[in-house]
Write a protein that binds this ligand. Structure first.
Ligand SMILES: Cc1ncc(COP(=O)(O)O)c(C=O)c1O
Length: 338
C-alpha cells in the first residue's frame, strides 16, 4: 500500500461511503464490459466477483442480492423449520428475523462485555438447555468474536449448524484467518453503510461444497433441478462490477482505517475495545466503553430480546447497550472529495 493512501484526513469523522474515487474509471470500464456483454444477470462479472471474494476470504463464495438471502439459504440448508436457533441479542434485528422467517424458534444468548459478541459460557448453557439445530455467531463491530474457536468447536461436536453473521466483519482476520471460515457458513452484507458496499448486496461463504451448491440453487429458484425451494436472491452483473472493485480495494481500506485509529483515535480514547493478539479488525465501528456526545451512536441501542419482548435475563447485553459508543471513522483518503 502506498504512503499517500495511509495519510490521514481530518474528514474521517464525516460519514462517507466506503468507495475510493480512484476506482471510478475502472468501475465505468467494468460496467461498459457488462453492458457490451449482454449478460446483465447470471453472467461472467458475478463469477469474477465471486472468485475475487473467495481469494480474499480464502473460502468459496456465492454473490447474493442481500445478506438476508444468504442467511435464509444457510438456515434452510440446516432445516431449522420447527427447531430452535440460538442467536445473540446484541445484534441487528435482521439476525433473529431471518431465523423466525425460516420457521425457527429463537432463543437469545448473552454477550461478553469485552468484545460485544456471543459469550461461550452462556452459549454452552443455552445449547444444553434448548438443543438448537443451528446458531448464529455475530462478529459485532468489525472484529472477530473472541470466543469464535470455542463456539465453533462446540457446534462441530454437538452437530449444531453454525452461521457466522459477518455483516460487520469485512477485512477482519485472526492470525490470518478470515471470518466465515470457522462455522458451516458465513454471510456478509454489502448494504450502503458497510465497510465496502454495493448499495445492496450480500455474500455467502462456506468451506462446505454442499452449502455453496445449495446457496447457488437457493438464490435462483432452485434451478436447475428444483430440489431447493429458493427464491430470487441473485446479484446482477452490474452490481457485481461495483462489488469487484470494492473487494479489490478492501485491504487498503482496512489498512487506512487502522492507521487512522492508531494515530488519531487511540491516544484520545483509552477506554477503547482492545483486541487479542494477532487480530485485525476491519473497524466497521471504533468502539469505546464510554458515553460520548460526539458519536455515530451505539452499535445497537436496544437489544433484540427487548424488542421482541423475550423474558430472558441477559445482563451483559443490557450493560453493553448502556455503556458503549462508536467514534466516527469513515474511509476518506486524502484528497478524496466528500
Ligand atoms: C449484524 C447484521 N446482520 C445482518 C444485516 C442485514 O444485512 P442486509 O441489510 O444486507 O440484509 C445487517 C445490516 O444491515 C447487520 O448489521
Amino acid at each position: 500500500m502506498s504512503t499517500a493512501s495511509t495519510a490521514t484526513s481530518p474528514d474521517y469523522a464525516r460519514f462517507a461511503i466506503g468507495f475510493d474515487e480512484r476506482d471510478r474509471p475502472r468501475l465505468h470500464q467494468l460496467i461498459d464490459e457488462v453492458l457490451d456483454s449482454g449478460r446483465w444477470s447470471e453472467g461472467p462479472m458475478v463469477k469474477r466477483f465471486e472468485h475475487a471474494w473467495a481469494a480474499h476470504n480464502s473460502v468459496p463464495a456465492v454473490a447474493l442480492s442481500s445478506w438476508a438471502g444468504g442467511a435464509l439459504a444457510a438456515l434452510q440448508f440446516a432445516q431449522v423449520e420447527g427447531a430452535t436457533v440460538l442467536c445473540p441479542s446484541n445484534t441487528f434485528m435482521a439476525t433473529p428475523l431471518a431465523a423466525l422467517n425460516a420457521g425457527a424458534r429463537v432463543q437469545f444468548v448473552d454477550c461478553n462485555r469485552e468484545d460485544l459478541c456471543m459469550s461461550f459460557k452462556d452459549f454452552e448453557a443455552k445449547a444444553a438447555k434448548y438443543k438448537p439445530k443451528a446458531a448464529f455467531l455475530v462478529h459485532i463491530g468489525g472484529h472477530i468474536a473472541f470466543e469464535t474457536e470455542q463456539i465453533a468447536a462446540y457446534c462441530e461436536q454437538a452437530g449444531i449448524f453454525l452461521i457466522e453473521d459477518c455483516a460487520h466483519a469485512h477485512g477482519a482476520a485472526w492470525h490470518g484467518r478470515r471470518p466465515g471460515t470457522y462455522g458451516d457458513a458465513g454471510v456478509y452484507s454489502l448494504y450502503a453503510t458497510k465497510t465496502i458496499t454495493t448499495g445492496e448486496g450480500g455474500v455467502l461463504v462456506s468451506t462446505r461444497p454442499e452449502v455453496i451448491e445449495y446457496a447457488r440453487a437457493f438464490r435462483n429458484y432452485g434451478k436447475t433441478t428444483y430440489d431447493v425451494a429458493g427464491l430470487n436472491f441473485r446479484m446482477s452483473d452490474l452490481t457485481a462490477a461495483l462489488a469487484l472493485v470494492q473487494v479489490e480495494r478492501l485491504p487498503e481500506i482496512v489498512t487506512w482505517k487502522n492507521a487512522v485509529a492508531r494515530t488519531e483515535l487511540d491516544p484520545a480514547y483509552p477506554s477503547r475495545l482492545e483486541l487479542p493478539d494477532g487480530m485485525t479488525s476491519g473497524l466497521y465501528k471504533y468502539i469505546v466503553f464510554d458515553w460520548l456526545d460526539r458519536s455515530t451512536g451505539r452499535v445497537y441501542d436496544e437489544p433484540c430480546h427487548r424488542i421482541l419482548d423475550h423474558q430472558v435475563n441477559l445482563p451483559n447485553t443490557d450493560w453493553v447497550a448502556r455503556n458503549h459508543s462508536c467514534v466516527p471513522l469513515y474511509y476518506r483518503p486524502q484528497g478524496q472529495a466528500s
